[in-house]
Design a protein around this ligand. Structure first.
Ligand SMILES: [Zn+2]
Length: 275
């Protein structure tokens, strides 16, 4: 029987209130951050973390919600907000319709994060405003097609959703496109910032450097993969060579998360044409 436990940690920087929700499941640990800045709630945690999340946001005056992408650990509280607070929820235009229905996800994700309920969202404009700030809404696909990052013009800080997560990524979802991730990382670096708020790594004072390190890591991995691929090695063998260790998430997710998806994507995917 899977046993799920949750824990919450509140924190803040000069500008941002942060809640990290932790999920412990049979020895595994995952966590997700949500942020509040200038009346803007950035992402809505997961359904399994709803109690702590709703208790937390009740302490603040939130007047709009920005969602980085339609994954259940970012949209889990959106249905509650839609029902209980009369505030607009913004998401990538391509996800507005999808979010009107209950999300379908594999069982292991439903156990960990719960199911994202149906909610009404509105499409972002390219630029948004909050009480005192201007926000650039940056298309940053890769992790998902609908992934967005938010740049606060006045404070020069970046909210990067799941674009970063880890500099040295060891496993990704089968649906991720690493060519797009690389392009998105390069794209956000054209903006002027040092600090980054990541939805899984939290507040990164030297965020810019960490994003640069992720680009370096992925470029090197891509080069090594392509050399081996040109020597006619199959993807499975290249993965074995470059990622000799197998990660627990691979079995737990029945292969939806795996190192081999990184290698395949770096070798075979092409960048998605932006609309
Ligand atoms: Zn995600």
């Amino acid at each position: 029987m899977l046993k799920l436990e949750t824990k919450y940690e509140k924190n803040s920087t000069d500008l941002v209130e942060m809640l990290e929700g932790h999920v412990y499941i049979n020895g595994a640990h995952l966590s997700v951050f949500t942020y509040i800045i200038d009346g803007v709630l950035i992402d809505t945690s997961s359904e399994t973390l709803l109690d702590g999340f709703t208790n937390w946001i009740k302490n603040y005056k939130v007047d709009q919600v920005f969602i980085t992408h339609n994954h259940e650990d970012h949209t889990g509280g959106a249905a509650w907000i839609d029902k209980n607070l009369c505030i607009p929820i913004y998401i990538h235009p391509m996800s507005v319709e999808v979010c009107k229905d209950l999300e379908q996800t594999p069982t292991y994700r439903q156990i960990t994060w719960g199911r994202r309920g149906a909610f009404n969202a509105q499409p972002f404009s390219k630029q948004m405003t909050s009480q005192k700030y201007t926000w650039e809404i940056i298309e940053t696909p890769g992790h998902t097609r609908d992934h967005l990052s938010f740049y606060c013009v006045e404070e020069k800080i970046l909210f990067s959703g799941d674009l970063f997560v880890l500099a040295h990524t060891k496993a990704i979802l089968s649906t991720e496109n690493m060519q797009d991730t690389l392009a998105s990382l390069r794209k956000v670096l054209t903006y002027d910032f040092e600090e980054v708020y990541c939805c899984h790594a939290g507040y990164l004072k030297n965020g810019r450097e960490m994003l640069q390190e992720k680009i370096r890591y992925l470029e090197q991995l891509q080069e090594e993969s392509k050399v081996l691929y040109n020597q006619k090695l199959p993807i499975a063998e290249i993965t074995q060579k470059l990622f000799p260790k197998k990660y627990a998430i691979e079995d737990f997710s029945n292969g939806e998360w795996a190192s081999t998806h990184i290698i395949r994507s770096l070798i075979k995917d092409t960048p998605t044409k932006s609309s």
